[in-house]
Design a binder for this molecule. Structure first.
Ligand code: ZN
Length: 130
């Protein structure tokens, strides 16, 4: 793993952004990654169909927590349509590292929770026909 990106992930893991529940969320969803034991709950507050505020809670490995923290920063101000276009490649670009299939599920859990909450999609992002 590249040192720069490892620093980014450790920084978000140790100092998670937007962590905590939102009082009156418009969208609230949670899910887990049984392969690793990661659990994430995401709250979104919307205004004019855009994300006005985001809060999340969870526990799990550094990759899943860092991914949730980084994603929470990226989705503020985005419309629901824009959220629906976020995919596996966007998460990998945010994290900046190559991941094997098991760690990939960790990294994608926050996006899975986001997509399920915002659009009712149940499968793992990037998995076709599941
Ligand atoms: Zn994990």
């Amino acid at each position: 793993m590249d040192d720069l990106y490892r620093e980014l992930i450790l920084d978000h893991y140790r100092n998670p952004r937007n962590k905590g529940r939102l009082g009156e969320a418009d969208i609230s969803h949670e899910d887990d990654n049984p392969l690793c034991g990661d659990h994430i709950r995401l709250d979104l507050k919307l205004e004019d169909n855009r994300v006005r505020d985001v809060g999340w809670e969870g526990e799990g490995c550094a990759i899943s927590m860092a991914s949730a923290s980084i994603l929470s920063e990226r989705i503020k101000g985005k419309s629901l349509e824009e959220l629906g276009r976020l995919g596996q490649e966007d998460i990998l670009e945010m994290l900046g590292i190559e991941l094997g299939p098991v760690r990939l599920k960790c990294a994608l859990l926050p996006l899975k929770v986001l997509q399920a909450g915002a659009h009712g999609l149940a499968g793992w992002p990037g998995d076709e026909g599941e």
